[in-house]
Design a protein around this ligand. Structure first.
Ligand code: PLP
Length: 378
């Protein structure tokens, strides 16, 4: 399926997790929106845009199991989460509970606000590999105190590529009156997502990762009962602007000054691409590639995998590297083999993270394994 993407065929692309590749047909749709805008900017910005943003929200809502009116379109999860933090009015004594696996930029966002507003960020250390879902849940929930006001947790983690049981955590948090914010940057188009069933308070996901939409397309779901008083970071025209609503929530957020929203408008095209290509079946092929490469990495590096059962991972695996491996391995794989794969240090350990999407085949994984063997098993 590589021919359906714009990727350079000379590159062995194993990093969909950082920046998802966009299929040609979706990218064309994106550029068509940009052309339409330039042909008649006023008609576009005052009418066409709003009709089609609604379509994007509704189609996306159907894909992820929620009402389109509960979705805000944002360029990325970073912006989405930053827009929530200050709205929570956290103050001295309050605690935000998260795991040690959260995405670094968002930990920074929470920490920056905590310094200003004097609340605490608690990164609960959870020993892994986790023996069972309950083992994980119990270790995480042990971090709750009477001061815990918010739980912020990834459904699929960035550095460790693990799928966390967020449904159970949301259920527990609701009983305790704790707000739940789920970071699902890696989730839509990767594993099943049904937001009504999940029943969290806030959920952000990226469309530009596993859904293969153009870069700069993401969403924030906000439970209806929390929408009324939410304030955007950027104050613009709100109800005095062109946005026909229907809610103050949408009017306050969807216009944040003039910008190109073509990536948002291409979301239905990305969803069509996934459905036309039977993504639910294809992801099983990608997962098998990931399970195989995980075994190979275990053999080559003689390090234990991060998961004990395949339910913990999807189309992405992080594997621990021995301490003598240096980070310049990433450059070496790129310079000598044109393999794009992240190698990084996290919590004092080094990892390689391999992603597989539609366009990856067994020969991509073989290229990586052969390259690593040629470097390390001489
Ligand atoms: C778990 C997680 N959350 C949030 C983000 C932030 O995504 P973005 O840079 O698109 O805002 C990422 C990016 O990779 C991520 O992996």
């Amino acid at each position: 399926m590589k021919d359906l993407f714009l990727l350079d065929h000379n590159i062995t692309y194993l990093n969909h997790g950082s920046y998802g590749a966009c299929p040609s047909v979706v990218f064309e749709n994106y550029q068509n929106w940009q052309r339409k805008l330039e042909k008649g900017p006023v008609q576009f910005m005052t009418k066409i845009l709003w009709e089609n943003l609604k379509i994007s929200r509704d189609v996306l809502g159907e894909f992820i199991g929620c009402d389109g009116e509960d979705l805000l379109l944002f360029p990325n999860p970073t912006t989405a989460v930053n827009n929530i933090i200050e709205n929570l009015n956290l103050c001295e004594g309050d605690e935000v509970l998260m795991t040690q696996h959260e995405y670094g930029a968002l930990v920074r966002a929470w920490s920056r606000s905590s310094m200003k507003n004097k609340f605490s960020v608690v990164q609960q250390f959870i020993d892994f590999p986790f023996n069972s879902k309950n083992d994980f849940i119990n270790q995480f929930l042990a971090g709750i105190t009477k001061n815990t006001k918010v739980i912020f947790i990834s459904q699929i983690t960035s550095q460790t590529g693990l799928i966390f049981p967020v449904k159970e955590i949301c259920n527990y948090a609701h009983q305790k009156g704790i707000i739940t914010i789920i970071d699902g940057a890696h989730v839509p188009g990767h594993i099943d997502l049904d937001l009504i069933e999940l029943d969290c308070d806030y959920y952000t996901g990226a469309c530009h990762k596993w859904m293969c939409a153009p870069k700069g397309s993401s969403f924030l779901f906000v439970k209806k009962s929390l929408q009324a008083h939410l304030q955007p970071q950027i104050i613009s025209w709100g109800e005095e602007g062109e946005d026909p609503g229907p809610s103050q929530f949408l009017m306050d957020f969807q216009w944040q000054g003039t910008k190109d929203m073509s990536a948002f408008l291409s979301i239905p095209s990305a969803i069509n691409f996934l459905e036309d290509n039977d993504w639910r079946e294809k992801r099983k092929i990608s997962k098998n590639l990931i399970l195989e490469v995980s075994d190979n990495l275990t053999d080559i590096f003689e390090t234990d995998s991060l998961f004990l059962h395949e339910d913990w991972i999807g189309q992405m695996v992080s594997h621990p590297l021995p301490s003598n491996i240096t980070i310049d391995l990433k450059e070496r794989l790129w310079e000598d083999f044109m393999i794009e794969v992240p190698i990084f240090e996290w919590n004092k350990h080094k990892y390689i993270r391999v992603s597989a999407h539609f366009y990856n085949q067994a020969n991509d994984m073989e290229s990586l394994v052969n390259a690593l063997k040629s470097i390390y098993l001489k």
